[in-house]
Design a protein around this ligand. Structure first.
Ligand SMILES: C[S@@+](CC[C@H](N)C(=O)[O-])C[C@H]1O[C@@H](n2cnc3c(N)ncnc32)[C@H](O)[C@@H]1O
Length: 357
């Protein structure tokens, strides 16, 4: 069958004018290149080249093929560029973005709420665990350290985030994590039962079809293995002193995420979604983060550096999508920060679900 490899070969020989230069360019030995040409000619039943000494001259049929091949390679390159562009715009649509501040916020969030979310993130020794959407590795370092005898494969679609994650894991001298640039929605060709367990944190909220992802991951888990999913739910937010602008800001964040295809209130839907995806023995455990003046670490780490920082990080999106006016947004952020004073109270609930495949 003629494939892209053959077309590329013809185009390169034409461009470079000799077999030896084309073989270098294509990283092939000259004999491998000659062999591929022979195969192509045999398959087509035509001669593509006259061989005159060391030179290759296109036959009339070869010229036709060359011109068609050039056209198709141009189309092919345009397609590759288009795919790159689509990928980049998908990343842009990712509501939290990939800024340095967001990397810091994810780290603050993970360490602040670790004891609430991860006291039971323990799998049996020697497990192989797939972490989906690991980002900058904020959860990775916690769960990898808590399970030193298990092996983690942590994937993400952001190469930059993975670089930060790798550096962090190396710095901590954590040995049981392998990072991979991989789209979780494209793992259908991976072997069945490759992992004992799957772990997902704060990813489903960004997907327009979370159930599809949950279904797509099932075949990767060994029979009897588990999936663990942690997500937030902005509808669970309440605070004192109450403030209409602060409430508006939280709703604006939910609206923006919905506009971008996600669901910031997904925590409450973990049970039905896992059920729809066909998982068994689903157990959902709400993890309430209740903060008042007696918990200065949470005031700093959660109210300021996690929740309000998240809203601040999304300000540009909220304003550019016209979800809220600038003055309402500023007033709302002031209202959220007000709850961090000594008489303030803030509550938010995460949902952690575990199910068997
Ligand atoms: C909010 S971050 C959470 C990161 C990390 N789990 C944490 O809790 O700190 C969501 C991550 O999911 C990644 N992501 C989004 N879609 C993905 C996909 N289809 N496959 C793999 N990763 C994806 C994003 O690039 C981002 O790094």
């Amino acid at each position: 069958m003629v494939d892209v490899k053959h077309l590329k070969l013809i185009v390169e020989i034409d461009r470079l004018g000799s077999l030896s230069r084309a073989s270098k360019e294509l990283n092939l030995t000259q004999s491998a290149l000659s062999h591929q040409l022979k195969n192509l000619e045999e398959y087509l039943g035509i001669s593509v080249f006259h061989r005159v000494g060391n030179q290759l001259l296109f036959t009339e049929a070869g010229k036709e093929l060359r011109d068609k091949a050039k056209h198709m390679m141009t189309e092919f390159e345009a397609l590759e560029l288009k795919i790159q562009e689509i990928k980049a715009s998908q990343l842009k649509r990712y509501v939290h973005g990939y800024s340095q501040q967001e990397a810091q916020r994810l780290a603050d969030q993970a360490s602040t709420v670790a004891e609430y979310l991860h006291y039971d993130s323990i799998w049996e020794e020697e497990s192989r665990i797939l972490e989906v959407g690991c980002g900058v590795g904020a959860q990775t370092e916690i769960i990898a350290q808590a399970n030193p005898k298990s092996q983690f494969v942590s994937i993400d679609i952001s190469a930059n985030s993975l670089e930060i994650a790798r550096a962090k894991i190396e710095e901590q001298q954590i040995q049981n994590v392998e990072f991979r640039l991989q789209d979780a929605r494209k793992m259908s060709k991976e072997k069945d039962g490759l992992f004992d367990h799957v772990f997902i944190c704060f990813l489903l909220e960004h997907l327009s079809t979370p159930v599809e992802l949950l279904k797509a991951l099932k075949h990767l888990i060994k029979p009897g293995g588990t999936i663990t999913v942690i997500e937030g739910d902005h509808g669970s937010t309440f605070f004192h002193p109450d403030n209409a602008f602060a409430q508006k800001v939280v709703s604006a964040q939910v609206a923006l995420q919905r506009k971008r295809g996600g669901n910031a209130n997904i925590g409450r839907a973990l049970y039905p979604f896992l059920n729809e995806a066909g998982y068994k023995n689903i157990a959902v455990s709400p993890r309430q983060i209740y903060v008042d003046g007696s918990k200065p670490k949470l005031v700093e780490g959660f109210i300021k550096n996690t929740f309000t920082a998240m809203i601040q990080g999304m300000s540009e999106g909220i304003l550019s999508e016209g979800v809220l006016t600038k003055s309402d947004l500023q007033e709302g952020i002031r209202g959220l920060l007000r709850t961090a004073e000594s008489d303030g109270v803030f509550s938010y609930t995460f949902f952690k679900a575990r199910a068997i495949v």
